[in-house]
Design a protein around this ligand. Structure first.
Ligand SMILES: [Zn+2]
Ligand SMILES: [Zn+2]
Length: 128
């Protein structure tokens, strides 16, 4: 059994597949149900309208959208993390995705070089 800190409330819990404790996971599922129900009834709802109507954190709605859990709609577009172009899926627009891939390629080829030469393991890594 692995113990981990819940990414929402930071409480220690026995980790399963979820990065959240059961309480927070359940709350998020409830919120997801409410959001998807609201969207079924309000076909043109924007993200801000959902936030106002359901009092769900905007970040959570964005998370669902980025994960592809909610239907992609023009009215539910949100800004790309790189350049603020409006997108309807993922974290980045197509242009930033290409740019990011290029940077990743450079970083990983740079890392290979660094790793083979020095034992300093403190390099930039990001879990995504
Ligand atoms: Zn929690
Ligand atoms: Zn972008």
């Amino acid at each position: 059994m692995m113990l981990a800190n819940c990414e929402v409330c930071n409480r220690l819990f026995a980790q399963t597949v979820s990065p959240m404790c059961p309480d927070c996971a359940k709350k998020e599922e409830d919120d997801f149900e409410r959001v998807s129900h609201y969207l079924r009834e309000n076909r043109q709802a924007t993200i801000n309208e959902i936030v106002d109507a359901l009092e769900v954190p905007k970040g959570l709605i964005l998370k669902f959208l980025r994960m592809g859990r909610l239907e992609q709609r023009e009215s539910l577009s949100y800004p790309c993390e790189g350049c603020s172009t409006l997108i309807t899926k993922g974290n980045y627009c197509e242009i930033c995705q290409v740019k990011k891939q290029l940077i990743m390629d450079q970083v990983s080829s740079g890392l290979k070089r660094t790793n083979s030469k020095s034992s300093n393991g403190s390099y930039y890594s990001r879990s995504h």
